[in-house]
Design a protein around this ligand. Structure first.
Ligand SMILES: Cc1cc2nc3c(=O)[nH]c(=O)nc-3n(C[C@H](O)[C@H](O)[C@H](O)COP(=O)(O)OP(=O)(O)OC[C@H]3O[C@@H](n4cnc5c(N)ncnc54)[C@H](O)[C@@H]3O)c2cc1C
Length: 289
């Protein structure tokens, strides 16, 4: 447990098939809250609070997508408790998975059925599932880290952010049972780089994303990542190809939005998310003009 804002709610509702016998408070580990630029990278301690990331001047000006993602997460009190490590390791918000007292023996719990596949799937994946489970990754900071080409430094190794989420392969992340996130490392941006994060949620505050999108545009490279649309953060490589080497304008941003969702396979109740994803890609690119 870091800030406990995700974990404790789940434990109190009894959402897991087996409650842990012991919860270890990793906040007692010293020196894991920091933000510094060093050795050509921004280094953020795994226990750094979202509020501190959102308010840090260096993050705001040079790694804007991440500052904005942290600022748009949850509420002031949750950002004061919640950490970046916890944010990228949080569990899905699928309402079948999180039902009180482990009510649904769903696919993510190694059950036989994904209840969202045929049930109320308005907030679920538009890019298919993993092993039949249609739950999505709900993190706001995750797509910013993928767009900014971050590395996740764990107690054992360094993982590309893009490969950090691995729903159902190993659990929700690539972490092993005895491994924790100790640092986030983001390469210093090349001159002229801009980044942006946009979130669409039903409410203006304290609400998980229906869809969010982070974009980084540098003279050499464009990286676009959507989240809450697939089991893992979804890098929109087809949209990146549309933009590559070109000057961004309204028509190009729109074409990139179309490309981003060209492989989507919405479920019965979530076609609206396709339009939102398309629009967020367009708007995030235009914000980097
Ligand atoms: C009302 C409400 C609204 C919310 N809104 C949003 C939102 O809009 N956007 C959003 O992204 N999130 C949202 N959240 C989810 C959550 O609060 C945040 O994601 C928060 O950043 C989680 O951080 P934490 O430190 O509290 O994590 P914890 O609850 O302590 O941990 C979450 C999970 O991550 C694991 N974990 C924590 N730290 C590490 C580490 N260093 N290494 C390995 N594993 C670790 C824990 O074991 C646990 O499984 C919301 C939560 C609530 C209750």
């Amino acid at each position: 447990m870091a800030g406990g804002t995700d974990l404790l709610g789940g434990l109190k509702r009894g959402i897991h098939p087996n409650a842990p016998e012991v919860v270890i408070n990793i906040q007692t580990i010293p020196d894991m809250e920091y933000i510094k630029e060093e050795d050509g990278a921004l280094r953020i301690g795994g226990q750094t609070r979202l509020r501190d990331i959102a308010e840090n001047e260096v993050v705001k000006t040079r790694y804007t997508a991440l500052a904005e993602a942290a600022r748009k997460t949850a509420s002031p009190t949750l950002r004061r408790m919640g950490t970046i490590g916890g944010n990228i390791c949080q569990e899905t918000r699928c309402w079948y998975y999180r039902a009180k007292d482990n009510y649904f023996d769903c696919k993510m719990k190694d059950g036989k059925e994904c209840f969202a596949a045929t049930g109320d799937n308005r907030f679920h994946s538009i890019f298919g599932g993993v092993k039949g489970c249609m739950a999505v990754n709900p993190s706001d900071t995750a797509p910013a880290l993928v767009a900014l080409d971050a590395k996740v430094v764990t107690s054992k190794r360094v993982i590309d952010a893009e490969k950090f989420w691995a729903a159902h392969e190993y659990g929700l992340t690539a972490l092993e049972e005895d491994e924790i996130v100790v640092e986030i490392r983001i390469p210093a941006p090349a001159a002229g780089t801009k980044s942006a994060f946009i979130k669409y949620a039903t409410r203006g505050s304290i609400d998980f994303p229906i869809v969010n999108c982070a974009v980084m545009v540098s003279p050499e490279n464009t990286r676009i990542c959507l989240n809450a649309v697939a089991p893992n953060p979804y890098r929109a490589v087809l949209a990146e190809e549309v933009v590559k080497g070109k000057v961004i304008d309204e028509a190009l941003a729109e074409a990139a939005g179309e490309a981003a969702v060209s492989k989507s396979k919405p479920l019965a109740k979530n076609k609206f998310k396709v339009q939102i994803a398309k629009t967020l890609v367009k708007r995030a690119l235009l914000a980097c003009q």
